[in-house]
Ligand binder design. Structure first.
Ligand code: AHR
Length: 512
């Protein structure tokens, strides 16, 4: 606290006439903390049009250019984001999914009903080989979510053997019969999903015991360098869940404990994705900012049982959740994506970066056509949402070294409540460049910001994402309404940068 006051005073004295509303002080101490690239992960559930008619258009009867049924435009867009990992097949769907239904000749695969999402028929035409081969095309690491809720221990153990075992075994022989010689070496495994809800309505105590059993039989094949087993985590502020897991799970069996939190106004009145009111915008951002408290409180519990931070906090579902677009299937969770979503993305990624020591993996929900998607598709058309552009601007932080910072932000006030208007995070990449991402969520006020960089730099450049109206979005006939543009307004003087952020904008600066 003392250090914080000192830095603000120091800035005031140094700058003389400058009346910055917000000050940011970058630490000049070398940090050893890396922002894991896996914080920039994505999620693809068998839900609505995420997998079918999103990623996968099938190999026959389509005029959409594809590779093994996966849209080429989607592959190119996700490569641009350099997505580090992709979670599949759920979500709630994971605890109803029997992986053996999705292997072998497609015409022989059984159809099932997708009970959680719209009650539609799932023909299992996109299964284990389709997903893992797609991950190879995307250059991303798969994160498989195992069925604990309605599956069997042996079934999950078999899945691990099927995808990972190199030698002769019943499951690796079956994989070969289905056309794949080499194992895929899948490292990331979720042991169930939302065990407190759609994954089985379990208590934390019961799930902990179940986890120990399932994890034990998921054999640790040497070719992955050790399985990275992730326990189904808390629903938002359920601290008892994290405490129970951390107290009772042996470290040899768990590498990550999950957390799910959606930016939602009210689960019974979620509001529209585009025509939201000013109050709804504030309430969404308040719920998004709550992530900061969640990460800190869950981390504090983890610190008690794991002071060396061996177990990661894995936020494997996050993002904004609104009412579906009018006229679409309520079970498909299709929503548009405005600058509000860019604000959620920029702020949340800043929170994750700043807590990189504990938050080492995260997955935005979901990649295509579902919830806070980075991509929307309609027939042959594909658009990149404002969230896509934030992810693309922030990719410079992947695997970079965190630069801790102190931030004194002006508050954004609404109806007697307030949250910080500005959030920021900074990192240094391997090539020595420093990147600073700053978000102003205030819908009407610009922010004058002074950054003390902690050392002298020669050059600054940057990009900005903003638009005319907060509720603007990219649409199928206006694909480039919101795209990043060069930001020329940052003034560098030795170790100080001054800039003004327009309302609802995201800026990423590069310094060298
Ligand atoms: O992402 C949509 C759903 O939200 C997931 O299936 C579930 O895990 C969560 O409740």
């Amino acid at each position: 606290m003392k250090k914080h006051i000192f830095s603000v005073l120091f800035l005031g004295l140094t700058l003389g006439s400058v009346s910055a509303q917000t000050t940011i002080q970058l630490s000049s101490d070398q940090s050893a903390v890396k922002i894991s690239k896996h914080v920039y992960g994505h999620f693809a559930e068998h839900l609505g049009r995420c997998v079918y008619d999103g990623f996968y258009v099938g190999e026959a009867n389509t005029t959409i250019p594809h590779t093994n049924g996966v849209r080429n435009d989607v592959i190119a867009a996700l490569k641009e984001l350099e997505i580090p990992n992709l979670r599949w097949p759920g979500g709630c769907f994971a605890d109803t999914y029997h992986w053996k239904d999705g292997i072998g000749p497609k015409e022989n695969r059984p159809s099932i009903v997708n009970n959680w999402w719209g009650g539609v028929t799932e023909d299992n035409s996109f299964g284990t080989h389709d997903f893992l081969n797609m991950c190879e095309l995307l250059g991303t690491e798969p994160y498989l979510a195992g069925n604990v809720g309605s599956g069997e221990v042996q079934e999950l153990a078999d899945w691990v053997q099927y995808v990972n075992f190199q030698g002769r075994s019943p499951m690796s022989d079956l994989r070969r019969e289905n056309g794949r010689e080499k194992p895929w070496n899948v490292k990331f495994w979720g042991v169930g999903n939302e065990a407190w809800g759609c994954g089985g309505n379990m208590t934390a105590e019961y799930y902990t015991d179940i986890y120990r059993k399932y994890a034990t039989f998921m054999s640790d094949w040497t070719n992955t360098g050790g399985l990275y087993r992730i326990a189904s985590g808390a629903n938002s502020a359920d601290y008892h869940w994290t405490e129970t897991l951390m107290k009772n799970l042996p470290k040899s069996l768990v590498k990550g404990v999950a957390l799910h939190h959606y930016a939602v106004i009210d689960w019974s009145k979620k509001g529209a994705s585009v025509e939201y009111t000013d109050d709804q915008y504030f309430q969404t951002m308040k719920s998004a900012w709550f992530m900061n408290e969640l990460v800190e409180k869950h981390s504090a519990i983890m610190d008690k049982y794991d002071p060396k931070k061996e177990v990661a906090l894995v936020v494997d579902e996050w993002g904004g959740w609104y009412e579906v677009e009018p006229g679409t299937n309520p079970g498909f969770l299709y929503q548009q994506n405005t600058m509000r979503d860019a604000m959620i993305a920029g702020m949340t990624l800043n929170i994750f970066n700043n807590h990189a020591e504990r938050v080492r993996m995260a997955n935005l929900a979901q990649t295509i056509n579902v919830l806070q998607a980075v991509i929307l598709t309609k027939g042959e058309k594909m658009i990149k949402t404002p969230t896509f552009h934030v992810m693309e601007m922030y990719k410079v932080h992947q695997d970079a070294t965190l630069i801790p910072l102190t931030l004194a932000s002006k508050q954004w006030e609404k109806n007697g409540e307030s949250i910080p208007a500005v959030s920021a995070s900074a990192s240094k990449s391997k090539d020595g460049k420093v990147h600073l991402s700053i978000v102003n969520i205030d819908p009407t006020a610009k922010q004058d910001i002074t950054v003390n960089l902690g050392q002298t730099y020669k050059n600054v450049s940057g990009r900005i994402l903003t638009t005319k109206k907060l509720r603007d979005f990219n649409d199928f006939d206006a694909n480039n309404r919101i795209v990043p543009k060069a930001f020329e307004d940052a003034k560098l003087k030795k170790d100080l940068v001054q800039l003004t952020l327009p309302p609802f904008s995201v800026v990423v600066l590069e310094l060298n």
